[in-house]
Design a protein around this ligand. Structure first.
Ligand code: HEM
Ligand code: HEM
Length: 171
């Protein structure tokens, strides 16, 4: 379950980042609005997925790292995973605040609407656009380190950290 959620979310997040970037730079048109509806809907789906993932993680302890991993790297791993989870919660919430502060209806996959969580507020909208963008940067930065660390475990240290995360393989 933890592996399934990890790889499902990784794939959806790749699409989500591209949707966000394209929605932002697209010229004002019906396509731009459609891109934003997809971005917001997928962002909210990712929020639900991360909450399920954290609940699963709370109920099922994470496997220990190999004993060859030094203490500072264990700490780095915990801090980077924590930062990724913080970003995965902060991104959809700040997105929802931008949407609410700008008083745009929040349509979820054209199926239903969600209520606004703040009053219309131009200054808050502007601030939250910066904060959303800041979390995007932080997320990308930590993600690069995360992927580099996974590849380092596999190709340099030749341990099981990456392989045990792959589908269908046990520790
Ligand atoms: C994991 C979830 C999310 C990720 C990874 C994400 C990522 C991004 C990215 C990469 C951009 C373009 C770059 C930037 O503005 O800095 C963006 C912009 C934006 N996102 Fe998200 N987003 C997420 C969730 C959401 C949600 C749930 C909403 C709304 C309900 C939302 C609303 C927006 C808006 C309105 C913008 C345009 C901001 C602007 O005009 O500066 N996002 N997002
Ligand atoms: C958007 C993409 C990704 C996100 C958000 C993400 C996030 C995370 C998080 C939060 C964890 C910690 C799991 C936990 O302890 O609860 C984790 C574990 C892991 N991730 Fe990713 N990940 C992504 C992509 C990748 C990719 C592309 C790789 C491989 C190249 C990878 C390899 C791993 C490995 C090997 C672990 C297990 C680490 C351990 O056993 O301590 N991840 N990932």
């Amino acid at each position: 379950m933890a592996k399934l959620l990890h790889w499902l979310m990784a794939a959806l997040l790749l699409i989500q980042l591209l949707l966000g970037a394209f929605a932002l730079i697209w010229p004002l048109s019906p396509t731009k609005l459609q891109l934003f509806i997809w971005h917001k809907s997928l962002g909210l789906l990712l929020l639900v997925l991360v909450l399920i993932r954290l609940a699963w993680r709370w109920l099922n302890p994470v496997p220990r790292l190999p004993s060859s991993v030094p203490p500072w790297q264990r700490l780095a791993s915990q801090l980077s995973h924590l930062t990724l989870y913080v970003c995965l919660i902060a991104l959809p919430i700040t997105g929802w605040v931008i949407n609410s502060a700008s008083n745009v209806p929040l349509k979820v996959f054209w199926l239903f609407r969600l209520p606004n969580i703040t009053e219309p507020d131009k200054a808050l909208e502007q601030l939250m656009k910066w904060v959303h963008g800041g979390f995007v940067m932080l997320f990308l930065l930590v993600l690069v380190v995360h992927i580099a660390a996974a590849l380092h475990h596999h190709f340099v240290r030749h341990d099981e950290v990456l392989t045990r995360m792959l589908p269908g393989r046990s520790r």
